[in-house]
Design a protein around this ligand. Structure first.
Ligand SMILES: [Zn+2]
Length: 456
């Protein structure tokens, strides 16, 4: 239930100079005002950004708007700020598309930025036009200040990260225009980032790995017959027996470089048994009892193990017919380092019935982990400390997938961290919003972060 409550008053952090605070808000309002859902595409938003950076003094050849010829509305814009060439370029990525809205469910117009009760409301404020506005304003500010980075800074604002995905901009740019986006490191500002809990900034998450998305299908078949003459063999019973075995099964707890660092860092912010348990799983071989206690929380469970869950089921062909077939979709999220073949073998073993046919639903790309190096975490901390002194930065693994997968597949390390502190996530939901204070301060943090990260 949505309850009208006054906005949080966080302890104040540093803000950008007034000119750039206003600019970031104007860009956010402009981007929210452009409907970039899958049906409309992101070309309009890409063109708006192109016009802004050209007006801000970027050379024509350093600003490219690109779309796949067969998806002309799925526009991307790539901007380059030239540096001294002391290191490979630094690439920032942010998507311009937003998920669909149900306007009747909203209390404001989703495609108009509305400031109310200390929040900015509008589709994309959190996911992720807020971060796009922060990055773009930082780039324009650096240009206008005459800042020359150690290495080129490239920003790519891209298409089709959300629902649809037939013209993903990051995938398209890496495949078709790699010269424009080739870099030594990719920083994605979609998701992860600052968390607010009990009215306080707790930590800034930096995602260095993500679970692998893999879908399997279970199916059973039977000769059927009339429902007046049932037999023990039954395609629906055979399938549901397999699903019951899956329901009772739990993949073993396992850790990665990222999750060990995450649990160790998080333990310092917690107390009592929870703290002890977090420390006990922050090891190469996690403590089983501690893992079992922590796994009662679905989010920690997802970090501790591969998961597979039934999400769809259908079967039978008529009310009075014994079923000829039954079928279920099993959605799995694999820990980095685990292969779809291993998961297939595990599922086959768990089901233990050759009558249940198990298949993989399409090819699955691996998503290699980017190591959470102390040097990179120190850079995030350094930038954050300039805005919120005493900031805590923690590496994270995402249970879902992001555009960082394309960078990691191309062999480029990728870190993912939003610039905006989030209190209660409403990404993809109605009445999506961000705290105005968090957005304004993100303007300063984004600027500092781009600067710090661009050092060789
Ligand atoms: Zn997003």
């Amino acid at each position: 239930m949505l309850v009208a409550a006054p906005a949080l008053a966080l302890t104040p952090g540093a803000q950008p100079p007034p000119k750039y605070k206003v600019m970031a808000r104007e860009i956010l309002a402009q981007l929210v005002g452009i409907d970039s859902t899958h049906a409309h595409g992101s070309l309009g938003a890409a063109r708006a950004i192109e016009a802004r950076v050209l007006a801000a003094g970027f050379a024509r050849q350093d600003v490219q708007v690109l779309a796949p010829p067969d998806h002309p509305t799925k526009g991307n814009v790539v901007i380059r700020l030239h540096g001294r060439g002391l290191a490979k370029p630094l690439l920032f990525i942010g998507h311009l598309d937003v998920v669909e809205v149900d306007p009747k469910a909203w209390h404001t117009d989703p495609f108009t930025l509305v400031e109310k009760d200390g929040y900015f409301y509008g589709r994309g404020t959190e996911d992720m036009k807020g971060d796009d506005a922060v990055l773009l304003t930082a780039l324009i500010r650096l240009k206008q200040e005459g800042f020359v980075p150690d290495r080129d800074i490239i920003m790519a604002f891209t298409a089709d990260e959300e629902a649809g995905g037939d013209a993903n901009g990051v995938e398209f740019l890496f495949a078709q225009h790699h010269d424009l986006v080739a870099s030594g490191m990719v920083l994605n500002v979609d998701d992860s980032g600052g968390r607010i809990r009990d009215g306080k900034r707790v930590y800034i998450g930096v995602e260095t790995s993500e679970k692998l998305y893999a879908t399997y299908e279970f199916s059973t078949a039977d000769r059927g017959g009339h429902s007046s003459l049932p037999r023990p063999d039954n395609a629906i019973y055979e399938l549901t027996a397999a699903l019951q075995k899956l329901a009772a099964f739990q993949f073993p707890a396992r850790t990665t470089a990222t999750t060990r660092a995450y649990f160790a860092a998080l333990s310092k912010l917690r107390a009592g048994q929870e703290r002890t348990d977090l420390l006990a799983v922050a090891r190469m071989v996690p403590d089983e009892a501690a893992a079992a206690r922590l796994s009662r929380d679905p989010e920690w469970n997802a970090l501790l193990r591969t998961t597979c869950v039934a999400t769809m089921i259908d079967g039978g062909q008529g009310e009075s017919a014994l079923p000829n077939r039954a079928h279920a979709v099993i959605q799995c999220r694999l820990l980095p380092g685990e292969t779809p073949e291993q998961t297939f073998a595990t599922l086959t073993h768990v089901v233990g019935d050759p009558g249940v046919k198990i298949i993989t639903d399409g090819p699955i790309d691996p998503s290699p982990e980017t190591p959470p190096t102390p040097a990179i975490l120190a850079r995030y901390t350094n930038a954050a400390d300039r805005v919120w002194p005493g900031s805590v930065v923690i590496p994270e693994m995402a249970a879902g997938a992001s555009d960082s997968v394309y960078a990691r597949l191309a062999g480029e390390p990728s870190y993912l961290s939003s610039t905006i502190f989030i209190e209660d996530s409403r990404a993809h939901a109605r009445d999506e919003r961000v705290l105005t204070q968090a957005f304004d301060e993100a303007g300063e943090y984004g600027y500092q972060m781009v600067k710090v990260m661009s050092r060789k």
